[in-house]
Design a protein around this ligand. Structure first.
Ligand SMILES: Nc1ncnc2c1ncn2[C@@H]1O[C@H](COP(=O)(O)OP(=O)(O)OP(=O)(O)O)[C@@H](O)[C@H]1O
Ligand SMILES: [Mg+2]
Length: 494
């Protein structure tokens, strides 16, 4: 190499962003004899040490703390003909150099020399370290997967939940390590996050571990980030609460049924006794028989209602036009309303196919309109809307062909604290002679048995909208048949 070449190379090396030192080995087997013969400009920026103060000094003198790392041994080996190597990050600190993290490459040069190329990674590694520390310390379990579904990172919180050690999972394929996840709601959430690049959420019991898990998956540029936690305790408490509420509701309903039947039986028994005493007076005995038959009719009606609430009626569903049902029933409904209450029909222009039992549909309509009427104190409006499309402002999960029926009133509205109870059998805010509290429970029973659903939106002082959705065809159930459970599950959705 000529003088000129040397100058050109020095200029190039000085222009680099990477710190470069050249050390020459002076005694064959002594790493302490590696002496600094060249340092570029970037080395000063990287270490903060002026080249002039260290040039010509042995490695251990310029950087005493380096003697504890594997750099001297590596330098020696490479100076004696070894191959270039990248070292793991070196953390360096002494009384002149503040703590820094360096990425270091060592490469062979002629004449028993080695080049050391280094970059200051302190800022970058610090940020990474902080991020990792946050992940390590956060309360949720967290892991990342690459695009091949292999674990690339797991925080310590994953161990007690997954009952696996982290080193055993790193680099392994999730589906191979946890095949039981396939087919669960978690599987679907993972797949959807990866496929549609959206955040997904799932909460379900995971039988193999006997836990309830709540998980969220976030798409990453090359995989997924997954947060999850064990919510078994929370779920158990919630389940117990629901069970307690359900038992309480069943108790209330049973007591009400017993009370109503008892009244009817008391009437039947009383009139029978009176009839017995009057057996020589056929005219009054006839009156008592009539009373007995009225009471037994009421008992039959009550039984039917209870069956409807339980979703246990004999239904005779057929495909019809919801518009036609509403139109034909409207005149009868109008007769139930006092003059200051106006009935408005807002029917879809085209027919609205619905698959339901027509008389049950009328029962639903009747109960909704009577409730609306009762909610209007002075004057107001009740509108009945039909549509093949879901109302724009309604949050729902219906994706099949459906018939939508809405009854809106300008009445008192439902106070939020009562809303969860309105579908409960025998729950009524009306005086005993005006309401038994079976109307909405019956509607819920009919709608559920017809594979439909019901949504409530109500604002106190403004009014209420009840939205019923029913299948359009026999083949398009909106929901699976529900197991009715004493009315504690509020069907309120909106
Ligand atoms: N449109 C509405 N506006 C305000 N409150 C309502 C409305 N519909 C129902 N509610 C409330 O829900 C309660 C339960 O209604 P539900 O129809 O089940 O029973 P009820 O009307 O009280 O009695 P029944 O229908 O058996 O005669 C009502 O008492 C009322 O407080
Ligand atoms: Mg009612």
């Amino acid at each position: 190499m000529t003088e000129t070449d040397d100058g050109v190379f020095a200029r190039i090396v000085d222009a680099l962003d990477v710190g470069i030192y050249v050390y020459r080995l002076e005694r064959n087997d002594d790493p302490g004899s590696l002496r600094l013969v060249y340092a570029n400009a970037a080395s000063t920026t990287a270490t903060g040490l002026d080249v002039a103060t260290i040039i010509g000094t042995p490695l251990g003198e310029a950087f005493p703390a380096l003697m504890q790392t594997d750099l001297p041994a590596t330098g020696l080996a490479i100076a004696r003909g070894g191959e270039a190597r990248r070292l793991s990050d070196i953390v360096y600190e002494d009384d002149r150099v503040a703590r820094r993290v360096f990425a270091v490459d060592v490469f062979p040069l002629p004449e028993q020399s080695v080049g050391i190329a280094f970059t200051n990674l302190t800022g970058q590694r610090g940020a990474e370290l902080q991020a990792t520390q946050t992940l390590e310390e956060m309360s949720d379990a967290f892991f990342t997967l690459d695009s091949e579904w292999c674990f690339t990172y797991l925080n310590p919180q994953t161990e007690p939940i997954l009952e696996r050690r982290r080193p055993d999972l790193l680099g392994k394929n999730m589906w191979e390590e946890f095949p039981e996840v396939i087919g669960t709601p978690f599987h679907e959430a993972y797949e959807r996050a990866a496929r549609d690049r959206v955040t997904t959420h799932a909460e379900a019991s995971y039988a193999p571990l006997g836990r309830y898990i709540e998980m969220r998956a976030y798409p990453l540029p090359d995989g997924l980030a997954v947060y999850f936690k064990d919510v078994t305790t929370e779920r158990r408490i919630a389940d117990q609460l629901v069970l307690a509420q359900r038992l309480e509701a069943i108790g209330r309903v049973t007591a009400s049924v017993a009370h109503d039947f008892n009244n009817l039986l008391a009437a039947i028994g009383g009139f029978a006794a009176l009839g017995e005493a009057q057996h020589d007076d056929p005219a009054s005995a006839g009156r008592y028989f009539h009373e007995i038959s009225l009471a037994s009719d009421r008992a039959v009606h009550l039984t039917r209602q209870l069956l409807a609430i339980g979703g246990q009626q004999e239904l005779d569903p057929a495909t019809g036009d919801l518009n036609e049902v509403v139109r034909e029933f409207a005149s009868l409904l109008a007769q139930l309303l006092p003059t200051p209450v106006e009935l408005v029909l807002d029917l879809a222009r085209q027919s609205v196919p619905v698959f339901a039992d027509r008389s049950q549909l009328e029962q639903v309509l009747l109960n909704l309109v009577v409730n609306a009427r009762d909610a209007i104190e002075e004057g107001g409006t009740i509108s009945i809307r039909t549509s093949t499309q879901a109302p724009a402002d309604l949050v729902h999960d219906v994706s099949v062909d459906a018939a939508w029926l809405q009854v809106t009133d300008t009445g008192s509205g439902i106070p939020p604290e009562l809303a969860p109870r309105i579908f409960e059998p025998f729950f009524s805010t009306k005086p005993e002679e005006l309401g038994t509290g079976l109307g909405l429970a019956t509607i819920y029973g009919i709608v559920s048995q017809s594979h439909g659903d019901i949504y409530v939106e109500s604002v106190v002082g403004t009014g209420t909208t009840m939205t019923v959705v029913l299948p359009a065809h026999a083949s398009s159930p909106v929901t699976a048949p529900k197991l009715l459970s004493g009315g504690t599950t509020s069907p309120r959705r909106a």
